[in-house]
Design a protein around this ligand. Structure first.
Ligand code: SF4
Length: 190
């Protein structure tokens, strides 16, 4: 089984609780105006990874708290992500999913399979008119954090790193997470 991905990051502390392996899927049908990752919208082939190989890489990465699926739209590849989440959960790691759908829209069997393996789901379209820099893990005020297992709870929402900067060996800079208004002010002020 294959996943079509935009990119991965082996370690991040800005995409859910603890240190997490982050998987950005390629393809999103929702086209929210103002989306920060429009390069992930197209459904054409980008990076194909076998679920089995990716699971092996994740499980060989030391010190991880869990994995985070984001995008792009993870539930557009729900069946393959559920197949990836199963060995991850079985190894004691947690599963965190960002989706543009509300939970009430996720009714297909593949959706349910992924939801059953998720510890936390942050759900809802990004709405530019409700943009916020003050809510952990969310880009707009309409989005909701759902704790679907007893592994985490609302106490996890306090004191998280909001943003990370990753400098690659090729010199490229990647930014991930949720910058605060204060940080954006400092950044734009130079
Ligand atoms: S659901 Fe997420 S990735 Fe898709 S368009 Fe909206 S903000 Fe962008």
């Amino acid at each position: 089984m294959l996943l079509n991905l935009a990119r991965t990051l082996a370690r991040s502390a800005a995409n859910g609780p603890g240190e997490r392996f982050v998987v950005w899927v390629q393809g999103c049908p929702l086209a929210c105006p103002g989306c920060w990752n429009p390069d992930t919208w197209a459904f054409g082939r980008r990076e194909l990874h076998s679920v089995q190989d990716l699971a092996a890489i994740i499980l060989a990465t030391p010190g991880l708290e869990g994995v985070t699926f984001t995008g792009g739209e993870p539930f557009a590849q729900a069946r393959a992500l559920a197949a990836l989440a199963a060995p991850v959960r079985a190894a004691g790691l947690s599963v965190f999913v960002f989706t543009g759908y509300d939970l009430s829209e996720l009714t297909l069997p593949a959706h349910r399979a992924l939801l059953e393996l998720a510890d936390v789901v942050v759900a809802g379209r990004y709405r530019q008119a409700e943009r916020t820099l003050d809510l952990p893990w969310r880009g707009s005020g309409n989005q909701r954090v759902h704790f679907l297992s007893n592994r985490y709870g609302p106490e996890q929402l306090a004191g998280l790193p909001e943003v990370e900067f990753h400098l690659s060996t090729d010199g490229s800079l990647a930014v991930t997470g949720f910058p605060t208004a204060a940080l954006l002010g400092r950044t734009t002020a130079g």
